[in-house]
Unconditional design. Sequence first.
Length: 129
Amino acid sequence: MLKRSLPLALSLLLVCAACARPASAHPGQAGESLAAAKVKAKVAKLGTGEKACIEVTLLDRRKLRGYVREARDEDFILVHKSGDDVRVPYSQVRRVGGSRPGRGARHAIAISGIFGLLVVSAMLAAASK
């Protein structure tokens, strides 16, 4: 059994290593403007209105929840659950989260689940021989 499962485990490890991405750092002002542009794109993708629920983590680690009322060039207006309007500059945002995972995340979860089932069934088939 070890002769069959060891190559399978090694090939699985090789596939996982091939899919890994190295992290890149953008030092200085260029990195900050790049991060702000990414935040602006995420806010634009979520849209505006009461259905555009959002959770924002700021650079000072505060978390704000609510919906986006208006998105401008340099900042956006977040309406807090209490009804207060908060002006949030894109440059002060560490992370943006929506109300649910996007389509790409759902597809990745489904594909990884199917791949996991295939690996388990292959191991069971190899063990039964």
